[in-house]
Write a protein that binds this ligand. Structure first.
Ligand code: SF4
Length: 386
């Protein structure tokens, strides 16, 4: 796929990315402030092709929220409930197993499990949940808990983050989710997530998990009250942590959803804002291999377009999503494999079903489906897409 060559102020940045030189924060901010979306796409496409060739991935997974009761009241959150509310929920382990069994019939390779900071569930609930799911079937990858849930369990048990993570790993935890990062800027974070863990605490949980040999994803919630400079600050902190640990598998930018929460923002970020943020993320985060266009927040049509603006992944089939939909997302609850494949093909990319670590499981070439894909030959793909 050919891409237009940027002109003007972005030409030097195009050259830098083309030669594999790292962008600094001022350059990333200049990109984010640009209105030349096609030029941003051209720069991001260079970075994307270097990492992913012409492939674009998705995972067959299922979300399970075990509860939406939470002791915190983050302003941006439309998901959490208090025990006094009439519409909160908490699942028994048997109910979680029932959902997992249904998902296994659909061929999921990952169960993605998060919840609020529950006021009273005992620590054994979390370890029993992991052990029970592993006993049910050891194959699906258990990607569970955000950093703040780990800190909550530490406070509950008076154990260190390292002890909690090691115990959860021994019970069956395979990787951590990237949620809860929100926006790191210390003056903005309390405006949308008062009382939540600090940026340093979020990083500390992921650092500890990476030191234990685990891997995780990372996120950024954007399009609320933060500035463009705050977004670059957030990306800088992620890139620095990745330089240190190398434990992040992918980055998932999350567009803010404004319904049913008190953050004084009327609309979710525009398509232009979403695409430029994905493009700059791809160009700047040179040490994170994958950038996801999260279709739940973008809608599949815009996520598909984002495959030409730096994204190389559409996330998962999901089956049941609460957090974004309770905040007003009007995307469907699930995507089929066929819809993912079609969206990727139409965008001119080669569809690949991946596992949690973005390793290929199945690749679609032409009309044929290959069950043993060849590992990506990035050099050849780069030449093919240049
Ligand atoms: S974002 Fe998470 S921690 Fe904050 S209120 Fe919602 S569920 Fe609780």
């Amino acid at each position: 796929m050919t891409t237009p060559f940027p002109t003007g102020a972005l030409t030097d940045l195009h050259t830098k990315v083309e030669t594999g030189e790292r962008l600094n924060e001022a350059e990333a901010l200049a990109m984010l402030e640009s209105r030349d979306l096609n030029a941003l796409g051209a720069i991001a496409s260079l970075a994307r092709a270097r990492k992913a060739g012409n492939r674009a991935t998705f995972i067959v997974n299922r979300y399970i929220n075990y509860s939406n009761y939470c002791i915190l009241s983050c302003q941006f959150c439309s998901f959490a409930r208090k025990k006094r509310d009439g519409d909160g929920f908490e699942l028994t382990i048997d109910e979680i197993v029932t959902k997992a069994k249904e998902a296994l019939k659909l061929g999921v390779t990952e169960l993605h499990i998060v919840g609020g900071l529950h006021p009273s569930l005992p620590y054994s609930y979390y370890t029993d949940m992991l052990r029970t799911l592993k006993a049910l079937d050891p194959q699906p990858h258990l990607k569970c808990f955000t950093a703040v849930e780990i800190l909550h369990l530490g406070r509950l048990t008076r154990k260190s983050t390292g002890e909690i993570l090691a115990e959860l790993r021994d019970a069956g935890l395979d990787s951590l989710t990237g949620g809860g990062a929100e926006i790191f800027a210390p003056d903005i974070r309390p405006q949308i997530a008062k009382g939540k863990e600090t940026a340093e605490e979020w990083a500390s949980v992921h650092r500890t998990w990476h030191e234990l040999g685990g891997r995780s994803t990372c996120t950024m919630l954007f399009g609320h009250v933060e500035s463009l400079t705050d977004r670059i600050d957030h990306l800088r902190r992620l890139r620095e942590l990745q330089d240190e640990t190398g434990g992040f598998t992918g980055f998932i930018p999350l567009p803010f959803q404004p319904e049913n929460n008190p953050v004084p923002v009327e609309h979710p970020p525009s398509g232009f804002d979403i695409l430029r943020t994905i493009a700059v993320s791809r160009a700047y985060l040179d040490n994170i291999d994958h950038v996801t266009a999260y279709w739940v927040g973008l809608g599949l049509p815009l996520a598909q377009v984002a495959l030409s603006y730096g994204a190389d992944d559409l996330h998962g089939t999901i089956e049941e999503e609460h957090i974004f939909h309770m905040a007003g997302a009007n995307s469907p609850q699930a995507q089929t494999t066929a819809a993912m494949v079609q969206a990727i093909r139409e965008a001119g990319r080669v569809p690949v079903e991946r596992n949690t670590f973005y390793e290929p499981i199945r690749e679609w070439v032409g009309d044929a489906k290959t069950s043993n894909p060849t590992p990506p030959n990035l050099l050849e793909d780069n030449l093919a897409t240049a």
